[in-house]
Design a protein around this ligand. Sequence first.
Ligand code: ADP
Ligand code: MG
Length: 649
Amino acid sequence: MHEPLISLKGLRRDYASGDGTITVLKDIDLTIETGEMVAIIGASGSGKSTLMNILGLLDRPTSGTYRISGQETAALDNDALSALRREHFGFIFQRYHLLEEISALANVEIPAVYAGLDRGQRRLRAASLLGRLGMAERIDHRPGHLSGGQQQRVSIARALMNDADVILADEPTGALDKASGEEVLRILDELHAEGHTIIIVTHDANVAARAGRIIEISDGEIVSDTQRADAGIREKQEAPQAPSAKNRMGAGIDRFREAFLMACKALQAHRMRSFLTMLGIIIGIASVISVVALGTGSQRQVLANISSLGTNTLEIFPGEGFGDMRSGRVKTLVVSDADALAKLPYVAAVTPTVSTSATARFGATEANALVNGVGSGYFDVKGSKLLAGRFFDTASIVAMDQDAVIDENTAKTLFGGDADQAIGRVIFVGSVPCRIIGVISSQQGGFGSSDNLSIYLPYTSVQARVTGDMSLRSLTLKISDDAQTSVAEQAVTAFLTGRHGTKDFFVLNTDDIRQTITSTTQTMTLLVGAIAVISLIVGGIGVMNIMLVSVSERIGEIGVRMAVGARRQDILQQFLIEAVLVCLIGGVLGVALALLFGGIFSLFGSSFGLVFTATPIVAAVASACLIGIAFGYLPARNASRLDPVAALA
Ligand code: ADP
Ligand code: MG
C-alpha cells in the first residue's frame, strides 16, 4: 500500500486560554506527497504557523493523527522526535533565527553537529552549501554583519545541512525586500526541482502562485486545496547524499566539544557578569584552601616544638598539674625517686632536673641565664647537639663538679660567638665559678623562647652550690623502645604513687600532647573549613542564579537548536558545561589566590607558614566542579525541558 509522506487525519490543536480553550486547528485532513511544493496561505492568525510547527514536529497536536511515511508520531518520545527533525526536516524562519555569537559557517554546521557528522566533512559541506547560495565570500561573517537576504540564505544552507527531505519555510520572504525575497524563492524552486518536498507558509498570493498546490486556511480549517494543472511532483534526484555519521563515541565527544566552545563563547559574551559570579567561588575556594593550609602549617609547627621535647619520653613534675600554684613548694620529688625509677625494666634512662635563674658573668659581661641542673643522660634524652667540647658524665654528677655546658646563645653573649673559644673558660654562675666544658646548639622551638640563655650544670652541683634545695623540678624518663609510652606512663604513675603514698606529681606524656594537638587543630580546621564551605555554597547559589538568567536570555537559541535536531540531553549538556566552566575557572583562580596569599604570608616572616598539600587543592577544584553540576543542573534542566515552539516564539 502506498503511504504518503505526510498524512494528517482529524488533527486538532487547542490552546488553553483563560478559563476555557481556544481551538486553533480544527479537524485538519491533509496529505502531502514526496516531491510536492505546497503553499499554505491564509490571513494572519488563521493557524498557519501552528500547522507548520506540528508538521515539523516542534509541536504536538491535541488530538488526531499525524503520520510520516506511515509512522504515527504521537507515540514517539522526545529523542525520537528530535532525531526525525534532524534527519528529515529543514526549517526556514521569517526572522532567520541564526545564532549571533558564531559565524555563518558555524551556524550552518549546527545540524550536522547533532547528527554526528565528522568535523572536517561538516566544514566542507557547510562551506559548499554556502558557496552554492552565493555566500562563499561571507562564511566567516557573523549574522549581524549580513543583510537580511544573506541571513536567510545562511538559514537555507542550515536547513539543507543534513540533506532534509522536507523544507518547512514559514514566511521566508516576510522580512525581506523584493529582490532578496525573489532570490530566496528562486532557491526554493531550485531545491524543489532537485526533489525536495517544500512546504511554504505565506500570506502573499504572488509567493503562493509559484507553488504547484495551494492550501488555504481560514480560522483553523482548510477552505480550499487547489492543484495547478502543470504542477509536477519531482522525483528526487540522487542528490549528493549527506555523508554518513561516524561512530557514536566520536560523535558524542564532538558534541561535547561544540557545547564546550559554545559555553566559552557565552562566558566571553558576558565577561563582567561571569567574573562577578565566579568571585563567589573564587573567595570560597581560596578561603577553604588557605584555612586548611594554615591549619596544616600551625600543626606542623607545634608538632615540631613537641618533637624538640624528645620522643618516647615522660616528664614528671611535682604538684597536681601545670596550674597548681603549690607545685613550686612541693618538695616531694627527690633524687632517690630517680634512682628507683631507673631500676624499672621499661625505663631506659632517667635524668633529674632542677632549675633556677642566676646571673652569668664573664669578666665585665653579665647576663641573666636559666640554670638547668641536669643528669648526665639529659643531653641524650633531649638529643642535644654538641658544637664544641664535651658533655659532663656520671662522675661529674657524683663529684658535684663545677663543669658547665652552655648553649650557643650564652656563648655568643659572653664570648662574642665562637664556640671553641668558650671551652676552658671560667664563668661565674651567681657566685659559683664554673669551667665551661661544652657548647651545645640552642634548643630550637620548644615551649621556652629560644632566645633564652641556658647553662647546664650537674644537678647535684646546682642543688648543693646554687639553690641549696634538694628537691627536683622534674624527672625526665626515657622509655625503652620496646615499651609503649602510655602503658609505661600508667606503670610509672602507680609506682611513684606507691612510693610517695599519695599522687603529689603529674606526668606529661609527649605522645599525648602530640595527639591532643593534632586532633585539636584538625577540629579547628574542620570548623573553619565548614564556614568556608558555606561561602562556597553561597557562591554556588550565585552560579545558579546567573545560569537561570542565561537560560532565559537564550531561549531563542535553545529553540533553534531543538528545531535543527538537538536532543534534550544536548541542551542539558551545554548549560551544564557552562555552569561547570564558571565554577572550574573560579576554582583555579581561587587556588591561585590562596597560593598568592601563602606567598605574601611567608614574606612577612611569621614563625609558621601556610603549608599547601595536594589533597585539599585537588579536593577544592573537584568540589568546584561538583558545585557547578549541583547548582547548574536545575537551570540546565529547565532549558532542556523547554517547549521548542514556545522557545521560538
Ligand atoms: P498564523 O501563523 O496563521 O498567523 P498562528 O498559527 O501563529 O497564526 O496562530 C493562530 C492562532 O493561535 C492565533 O489566534 C494565536 O493567537 C493562537 N496561538 C498561537 N500560539 C498560541 C499559544 N501558544 N497559546 C495560545 N494561543 C496561541
Ligand atoms: Mg505565522
